[in-house]
Design a protein around this ligand. Structure first.
Ligand SMILES: C[S@@+](CC[C@H](N)C(=O)[O-])C[C@H]1O[C@@H](n2cnc3c(N)ncnc32)[C@H](O)[C@@H]1O
Length: 271
């Protein structure tokens, strides 16, 4: 990897660091406004990831999220999301015998709906589905997706550990920036669920942070990230065997791609 690239990556993190250091001083990592209802959510979820006020559980957090993520990634977040589109289109060619309207794609942990917006642009006729644990983020997603042409994606609140869909239902499943925010065992449960709802011949595409084995030169940065940005599961994530997890769920033919600070895993379910 070139020196310029490494320098750019360090500068990216340093610039956002000052913003997050301020947040670190003012907000506790598990502090929520008194009016926030936290009952019924898994313990690992009740965190202020990247010191977001109210975690994922308020309208204010949902309104700030997109800007905050772009600050964190210095304007590259949408570009990272869009990297799933080419392998997705490629992976769906196996279903070229059926009408584009019959194609069903699920975005797991869809957040404010930005990935679904890009999916709609690439698959204008497909049935799109999004699910997330946060009602506030889903309301925000509904707002964004209502503004774009085409059928509105179906949005559902739920836990990705128990996806509220039938077995073998989707031709493709995507998930962006979720896995580094999950404890290891939950990561496996979610992958197992993605496998269950994917049709034979279909695929899962994960987009998330690079891991230690992808770019050892970023080791220091990756090791500092959890403390600076309050990402309690990131340290485990960067050395987790995601390919092994996908294989143990039943996925095969797993391909890994790395671009800048993001990584993509493209996994198939045998036809
Ligand atoms: C870092 S955000 C990513 C959101 C979106 N995919 C994006 O590209 O910005 C993580 C998302 O995962 C959701 N999430 C975390 N744990 C979840 C779970 N167990 N089930 C469903 N959604 C979950 C959060 O509510 C949040 O919207």
């Amino acid at each position: 990897m070139s020196d310029t690239f490494t320098k750019l990556a360090y500068e990216t993190v340093q610039q956002s660091q000052s913003y997050f250091a301020l947040a670190h001083k003012t907000i506790g990592s598990r502090e929520f406004s008194p009016e926030i209802e936290t009952e019924g959510y898994p313990g690992y979820y009740l965190q202020n990831f990247h010191y977001q006020t109210d975690g994922y559980l308020s309208e204010m957090s949902a309104n700030l999220y997109d800007l905050q993520v772009e600050l964190l990634f210095n304007g590259t977040a949408d570009a990272m999301r869009q990297r799933i589109l080419a392998p997705l289109k490629q992976g769906l060619t196996g279903f070229s015998g059926i009408s584009p309207r019959q194609i069903r794609v699920l975005d797991v942990a869809c957040g404010t709906g930005r990935t679904l917006k890009f999916l709609r642009g690439t698959l204008p006729l497909a049935s799109l589905y999004g699910m997330d644990l946060s009602p506030a983020y889903l309301r925000k997603a509904n707002q964004l997706l209502s503004e774009i042409p085409g059928e509105l994606p179906q949005l559902l609140q739920g836990n990705a550990e128990e996806l509220p869909y039938l077995d073998n239902y989707f031709h493709a499943v995507t998930s962006v920036f979720l896995f580094h925010e999950l404890p290891a065992l939950v990561r496996q449960r979610v992958i197992n669920e993605c496998f269950r709802v994917t049709q034979p011949g279909g695929l899962l595409i994960i987009c998330d942070s690079i891991q230690l084995s992808d770019a050892p030169e970023f080791k220091v940065m990756m090791e500092n990230f959890p403390a600076i940005f309050h990402e309690p599961y990131y340290k485990n994530y960067i050395s987790d065997d995601l390919v092994g997890r996908l294989e143990s769920a039943g996925f095969t033919n797993i391909e890994s791609q790395v671009y800048f600070m993001s990584k993509y895993l493209i996994a198939r379910k045998l036809a």
